[in-house]
Ligand binder design. Structure first.
Ligand code: FAD
Length: 394
């Protein structure tokens, strides 16, 4: 009897999970036929069939990428692997993970992988949903944001983020907001209107006086650092401070802290203090068997405090979860443990920084690339093209 595997979500974590669970053979074309004739698993993905390549979204600001570029219909990728797509939204999980309930049906499984991505703490600061834009809300909202930016002929722009640190790591999108701040500056300078704008960067998770390469880059671009600042409320045309005073803003980009999916709280899934799906260092949901989670929806066991939610980290976690699920389905104990690594290239338009930190101090790509160079933008685009090519054609 084939083992029934359900994968929830079709974002980075789920697609990396599939990549490692069903490794790409040397001749992908023949694998397409072979997997129809013989497979030990019957695999289904529950999702909307649309993959979004989030790391390219900040580039909308400078006009080099758009919604079509970052959105991929993932159905052909799944068909090539003989994976069924169930178009639906998961609303609950019961029976120790064996029953998945969606908006259009209930599905049983022998093993479950959850890659449902982040949920944002939008109620943390009143007015977030109504009065701010976020690059994390996806390509459509980013298109509206860019449209508004392009129509402005002067004014004050605020960018900020808040991180959920209740689970001992950085549940937030700091790096992405720095990138957007630098790209807005770059865009306005190219348009020769930078002097008509004031750009502010705020976060209650930063301390006034913080130093580092990113802070230097912001200062070099005359971006005002409101480190330590948290608005009491976002309102029409600006923000209200704790003391009731009003700060005018023509455009606000804000990314709230990240938590796990809301359905987890009423389901049988374990939930961490910070609201994530609580997993151990094998990626396995605590107290449940054959239930794994990775990516932005899941917590870590004893993480380093600096580790953020990232596609790169989702890859490391999903690889481990795929190995461990295979082990448990064969009756063995899971024993693969993932590394902790922060790695991303920050595109600043006319400059780029490779942010990197690893728990084992291993450098990225054997240290063959510089940590700061405008040429890193080309490398970032190359890595992106390679991944999108893999999803589209292999
Ligand atoms: C603007 C921006 C720039 C970024 N830049 C970088 C970068 O340069 N480098 C990097 O490493 N990371 C970057 N990241 C972070 C990276 O995109 C995320 O860490 C990554 O997307 C997490 O993968 P995930 O699979 O957990 O979530 P997602 O990629 O968000 O996927 C979640 C999936 O689950 C589906 N889903 C959600 N709820 C349900 C449900 N109830 N039922 C069924 N399906 C559901 C969604 O439709 C989606 O398909 C960036 C993020 C943003 C927003």
């Amino acid at each position: 009897m084939k083992k029934r595997i359900i994968i929830v979500g079709n974002g980075f974590a789920s697609l990396f999970f599939i990549q490692y669970f069903l490794p790409l053979p040397i001749f992908p074309f023949f694998a397409f036929f072979f997997r129809r004739i013989y497979s030990r698993y019957q695999i289904s993905v529950i999702g909307n069939g649309k993959f979004v390549y989030f790391p390219a979204i900040p580039d909308f600001i400078i006009g080099t990428k758009d919604t079509n570029h970052v959105t991929i219909d993932i159905r052909p990728f799944l068909r090539r692997r003989n994976i069924e797509l169930i178009d639906g939204i998961v609303t609950d999980i019961q029976d120790g993970g064996r029953t998945v309930i969606t908006n259009n049906g209930t599905y049983e499984n022998d093993a479950l992988f959850l890659g449902v991505g982040p949920s944002f703490l939008k109620d943390d600061i009143p007015g977030t949903e109504k009065h701010t834009f976020s690059p994390c809300a996806g390509p459509n909202q980013m298109e509206s944001l860019v449209d508004k930016l392009h129509k402005l002929d002067g004014g004050t722009i605020y960018l900020g983020f808040k991180a959920n640190k209740k689970d001992g790591f950085v549940g937030g999108r700091g790096g992405q907001m720095y990138e957007c701040a630098c790209l807005i500056d770059y865009y306005l300078r190219n348009k020769r209107v930078r002097d008509r704008f004031e750009i502010h960067f705020f976060s209650p998770n930063l301390t006034p006086g913080d130093k580092g390469a990113i802070t230097d880059s912001l200062q070099k671009r005359d971006i005002v650092l409101d480190y330590g600042y948290e608005p009491a409320e976002f309102v029409d045309g600006g923000m209200i401070d704790d003391d009731g005073s009003f700060r005018k803003a023509h455009l606000i980009l804000y990314s709230p802290g990240i938590t796990g999916p809301s359905f987890a709280r009423q389901s049988c899934l374990p939930v961490s203090a910070g609201g994530h799906i609580d997993v151990d260092n094998h990626g396995q949901a605590r107290g449940l068997s054959n239930v794994f989670a990775a990516g932005d929806c899941a917590s870590h066991e004893d993480p380093p405090r600096w580790i953020p939610h990232q596609a790169h980290m989702a890859q490391l976690r999903s690889r481990s979860a795929a190995k461990n699920m295979k082990a448990t389905l064969s009756g063995e104990s899971p024993n693969d443990i993932y590394r902790y690594e922060l790695s991303c290239i920050l595109n600043m338009g006319n400059d780029a920084l490779w942010l990197h930190r690893a728990d084992d101090d291993k450098p990225p790509f054997w240290n063959i690339f510089p940590r700061r160079s405008v040429k890193l933008i080309r490398l970032k685009n190359l890595l992106e093209s390679a991944y999108l090519f893999y999803l589209r054609y292999l």
